[in-house]
Design a binder for this molecule. Structure first.
Ligand code: DGP
Length: 113
């Protein structure tokens, strides 16, 4: 997607502080961190939101979830962390490319806002 900021990060048109990369997945620090650790994990494939995930994406989504666990361990989040996906307007999704927020390094609160 030519006008998608996360596709541009994935193709290195826009720089980011990259934490992890493989053929299918990219992880990079959020530009506006909400916790001491705030990493975004995206599929390189453009999927607009969680609502746009299809059964053909099952393996990719499984890889992402396992990779998030590994990234959390490497970031030293031994005491837990939060994985967030904002979906659509009511979910407060601002970037229309599927991404998971990995938040950690402080005690989280519940319920979220
Ligand atoms: P969401 O509201 O769930 O769509 O969160 C989008 C996140 O993306 C938000 O926490 C800020 C982050 N973000 C937006 N633009 C950029 C960017 O250009 N670089 C990086 N590293 N993060 C970005």
């Amino acid at each position: 997607m030519s006008d998608c900021i996360f596709c541009k990060i994935a193709s290195k048109e826009i720089p980011a502080d990259i934490i992890y990369e493989d053929d299918n997945i990219l992880a990079f620090n959020d530009i506006s961190p909400q916790a001491p650790v705030h990493i975004l994990i995206i599929p390189k494939k453009h999927i607009a939101s969680a609502d746009d995930i299809n059964y053909e994406d099952q393996a990719l989504l499984g890889e992402i979830i396992i990779k998030i666990k590994e990234i959390a361990a490497k970031a030293g989040l031994i005491n837990g962390y939060r994985i967030v996906n904002n979906c659509g307007e009511d979910g407060f999704q601002s970037v229309k490319h599927l991404h998971f927020h990995l938040l950690g390094g402080r005690k989280m609160h519940w319920p979220p806002g």
